[in-house]
Design a protein around this ligand. Sequence first.
Ligand SMILES: Cc1cc2nc3c(=O)[nH]c(=O)nc-3n(C[C@H](O)[C@H](O)[C@H](O)COP(=O)(O)O)c2cc1C
Length: 318
Amino acid sequence: MKTRMTELLGISVPIIQGGLAHLAFANLAAAVSSAGGLGQITATSLASTEELAKEIDRVREQTDKPFAVNIAIGQHHSVDDMVDLVIDKKVSAVTLTGGNPEKTMKRLEGHPIKKLILVSTVRQAQKAESLGADAVIAVGQEGGGHIGRDDTGTIVLIPRVVDAVAIPVIASGGIADGRGLLAALALGAEGIEMGTRFVATKESVASDEYKARLVKGSELDTKVIKRSIGAPGRVINGEWAVHILEAETEGLTKEEFYHLISGERNKKAVYDGDFQNGYAWAGQSVGLIQSVLSVKELFDEMVATAERFQAQIDGMMR
Ligand SMILES: Cc1cc2nc3c(=O)[nH]c(=O)nc-3n(C[C@H](O)[C@H](O)[C@H](O)COP(=O)(O)O)c2cc1C
């Protein structure tokens, strides 16, 4: 497959593995890049720049294909150091999320690293383009993890962003199979990013319970938490998620509330499968996940499905 996105990133399948807090480490990134997509390490899940350097080296031990580092701006004490490291290590691409990218884009300016910015509105996409982004990843409200405040769904957001910017647009949010891939291309995107689908892969270090909930769950099994603090994020339904939602109506202090949504609470569900005491991100695409596959099996299945539905559409259009 060839799109402006595959050309830009030097990959052969137009699929990016989303930044996945506490899950996107070298093994998963290398598996995705080896299969022809763009794997990512999530920098802000790592304790230090030294840890990030080690993860980058670990990917390179497993593949010589391009990969990216995902950086949540403004959420980490040493984001500048991480940006400098990514530049020094000559990582081929970086994805920026979670804040105003202006300062970080300045730091990256002039370096031969592809700069992708996650957006959830047309205005953010135009700003990203004006700051020199090489592409935007537009995330609809169906997605897992943090979503925009405006609740725009992927099927409306993508063509709106495609019409508003000249740089390639990568569709994200609610895509988990070959039909979603084909639909994204039909909407004018040059490729896709998936998050939730990669959690339920053999290479993902997610707990068996988390994966089982993704396989068993339907599109009705997610909840949006953190609306009360203006940072909505979609999680898989569970006991702790319900507890967080109840707490949001109870007028807790910021400190009390942050304790409920801490990284430690996230890790309890992600690694230990403990949904009584922890939560885990997931999008509505839960309803599309039927089994835990290897990344390679997933890509083969997605490309085959996209081709099958393309042929079906060709027949309909004749
Ligand atoms: C478990 C999980 C963790 C996530 N963590 C991050 C993150 O650290 N950085 C980021 O840019 N996006 C993060 N996201 C969002 C994804 O990168 C992606 O935009 C989103 O999952 C797309 O929607 P989908 O889940 O329907 O595929 C996360 C998503 C999930 C499911």
